[in-house]
Design a binder for this molecule. Structure first.
Ligand code: FES
Length: 119
């Protein structure tokens, strides 16, 4: 079962939506289920000042992306990249074991956004 926190981030996700003036965008997909996650970042002086997301996916994927966008705000790019899928899972008070792989999408989308930003 989902934790209360995970359900609340799914039902009322924070930072949802695109970003017209994003400095970096990262998009990844899960080949198994077909779900897609896109993360948008606003970066100033190497610090992530704003992060939003669009996710077409399951409860875990949406809750994880919403949580990750909260966690990266105010962090330097290097600090943000150190956030692991386990950090996201812990911040959501856990995810059902069968859904843990979904949280990987969030950290992968972030890594992709940073990769695109640095190019
Ligand atoms: Fe696709 Fe969760 S089932 S990301």
């Amino acid at each position: 079962m989902y934790s209360k926190k995970a359900m609340s981030y799914f039902k009322k996700p924070v930072n949802i939506g695109g970003m017209d003036d994003a400095d970096a965008i990262g998009e990844v997909g899960n080949l198994v289920c077909g779900d897609v996650m896109k993360i948008y970042l606003k970066i100033k002086d190497n610090v992530i000042t704003k992060a939003t997301f669009e996710t077409f996916g399951c409860v875990s994927a949406i809750a994880s992306s919403s949580m990750l966008t909260e966690m990266v705000k105010g962090k330097t790019i290097e600090e943000a990249l150190k956030i692991t899928k386990q950090d996201v899972i812990d911040a959501l008070d856990g995810l059902p074991a069968i859904k843990i792989h979904c949280s990987v999408l969030a950290t992968e989308a972030l890594a992709k956004a940073v990769e695109n930003y640095r190019k």
